[in-house]
Design a protein around this ligand. Structure first.
Ligand SMILES: NC(=O)c1ccc[n+]([C@@H]2O[C@H](COP(=O)([O-])OP(=O)(O)OC[C@H]3O[C@@H](n4cnc5c(N)ncnc54)[C@H](OP(=O)(O)O)[C@@H]3O)[C@@H](O)[C@H]2O)c1
Length: 328
C-alpha cells in the first residue's frame, strides 16, 4: 500500500516528471539547462516512474503530495494521463477545457493556491503535425489519415483536426486501428460529442498483415501515424516490413527514442515512395515547453521556444532521424 511517505518532501522548488522510464528521457538532461536559460536554475526535476495502469492509490498519493508541498511546483505527465486523472479528479480545483473533454492531464500546475490540470497534447501534437504538413495539406493532396493506436495522443490529434476551421486542413477520412476495443469506444464517444464532417472509422485489430492491407488501401498523400508506443514502450511495429506506405504520403512516429521500428520501415521506403518521415522530437519539445510555461507561470514565446529547442538539439542524444538539418 502506498503512503504519502513514498514521496520525499522537496528541499528545493521541484518539477515532477511522471512517466514509465523517466531516467532514460532526454528531458532529465535538458531540464537543468532549460531552467538556466529561463533564469530559474533553482528549479530541480524529479522523475517518478509508474508502471502502466499502476494502482489508483499510488497516483492519488502523488497528486496529494504535489498539492500539499509548497516546494512542489507541479509537473508533466506522460503515459498515465488518463489513469492519473481518474484516480485524483477531485483533488484538482480546476481542469482546462481539453483536460475535461479528453479526461486526461499532461500538465499539473498551481495557480493562486489552486491545483490546475490541463491536457496539452491537442496543442503540442497539433503544432507538430502542422509543422510537418503545412497549411491546407488535406485539401492539396486529398490524403486520408490512418492512426495506429487509439490512446490519448490519437484522441488529441483527432480533436485537433476536428477543430480545424478550414476544410482543407481536415482529412476527409480518419481511420483508427487499436488492438483492443475499449480505447476505440472511448474515442468514438468523444467524436460523437463533437460536430465534425470527418468520416471516422474504428477498427479493432492487432494483426500487422491486416494493418498492411488497411495502409495499402489509402489514397496517395495519406498520413500514417504510429501512436501505439510500439518501437519504444513495447517491441515491434504495427505493420510488417512488407507494408507499403502511401505514395507521397507522410509517416509520423510519435516517439523519438527507442527502437523506432516503424520509423525505420518508413525510412527504408522514403525515396521509392517519396515519403515525408517525421519522429516525435518536435512534439516532445512543444509538449515540454507548454507545461514548463504553465508550471513556472511564464509565457514561452516563439523566440524562447527556439532557444529551448536549440539547447535540446545541441545536448540531447538523438536516435531515429539524427541531425535535424534537413528540416526546420
Ligand atoms: N513525442 C512526444 O512528445 C509524445 C507525445 C505523446 C505521445 N508520445 C508517444 O506516443 C505513444 C502513444 O502515446 P499515448 O499517450 O497515445 O499512449 P496510450 O494512451 O497508451 O495509447 C496507445 C494505444 O496503442 C494501442 N496499441 C498498442 N499496440 C497496438 C497494436 N499493435 N495495434 C494497434 N493498437 C495498439 C493501445 O491499445 P490498448 O488500448 O489495447 O492498450 C493503446 O490504446 C507513446 O509511446 C508515447 O510515448 C510521444
Amino acid at each position: 500500500m502506498s503512503t504519502a511517505a513514498e514521496w520525499p518532501v522537496p528541499q528545493a522548488p521541484t518539477f515532477y516528471f511522471i512517466g514509465v522510464t523517466t531516467g532514460h528521457s532526454s528531458a532529465m538532461v535538458l531540464f537543468p539547462r532549460w531552467m538556466e536559460a529561463l533564469g530559474r536554475p533553482e528549479v530541480t526535476i524529479q522523475g517518478v516512474d509508474f508502471v502502466p495502469h499502476d494502482r489508483p492509490a499510488r497516483y492519488r498519493s502523488l497528486v496529494e503530495h504535489i498539492k500539499r508541498e509548497p516546494l512542489a511546483l507541479g509537473g508533466l505527465v506522460t503515459t498515465h494521463k488518463i489513469d492519473l486523472l481518474e484516480a485524483s479528479r477531485d483533488l484538482f480545483n480546476r481542469l482546462g477545457p481539453y483536460a475535461a473533454l479528453l479526461g486526461e492531464v499532461s500538465s499539473i500546475a498551481k495557480e493562486d493556491g489552486q491545483l490546475v490540470g490541463r491536457a496539452t497534447d491537442p496543442v503540442a501534437g497539433g503544432i507538430a503535425l502542422r509543422a510537418v504538413l503545412g497549411d491546407g495539406y488535406f485539401g492539396r493532396t486529398g490524403g486520408h489519415l490512418l492512426c495506429f493506436g487509439a490512446g490519448g495522443s490519437a484522441a488529441a490529434l483527432a480533436l485537433y483536426l476536428i477543430r480545424q476551421e478550414k476544410p482543407e486542413d481536415r482529412p476527409r477520412r480518419f481511420v483508427v486501428v487499436n488492438r483492443s476495443q475499449p480505447r476505440l469506444d472511448r474515442l468514438r464517444s468523444l467524436v460523437e460529442r463533437l460536430q465534425t464532417d470527418i468520416q471516422f472509422e474504428y477498427i479493432c485489430n492487432q494483426d500487422p498483415r491486416r494493418n498492411d492491407e488497411i495502409m495499402a488501401a489509402l489514397p496517395d498523400g495519406s498520413v500514417v501515424i504510429n501512436a501505439t508506443g510500439m518501437g519504444k514502450d513495447r517491441p515491434g511495429s504495427p505493420i510488417t516490413d512488407a507494408g507499403r506506405f502511401p505514395f507521397r504520403g507522410v509517416a509520423w512516429e510519435l516517439n523519438y527514442r527507442g527502437e523506432l521500428n516503424f520509423l525505420h520501415q518508413a525510412l527504408a521506403q522514403q525515396k521509392a515512395r517519396q515519403l515525408t518521415v517525421e519522429d516525435g522530437w518536435l512534439y516532445f519539445l512543444h509538449g515540454w515547453s507548454l507545461v514548463i510555461g504553465h508550471v513556472l507561470h511564464r509565457e514561452i514565446d516563439p523566440a524562447t521556444f527556439d532557444r529551448l529547442a536549440a539547447i535540446a538539439g545541441a545536448v540531447a542524444p538523438r536516435t531515429g532521424l539524427g541531425a535535424r538539418t534537413e528540416r526546420s
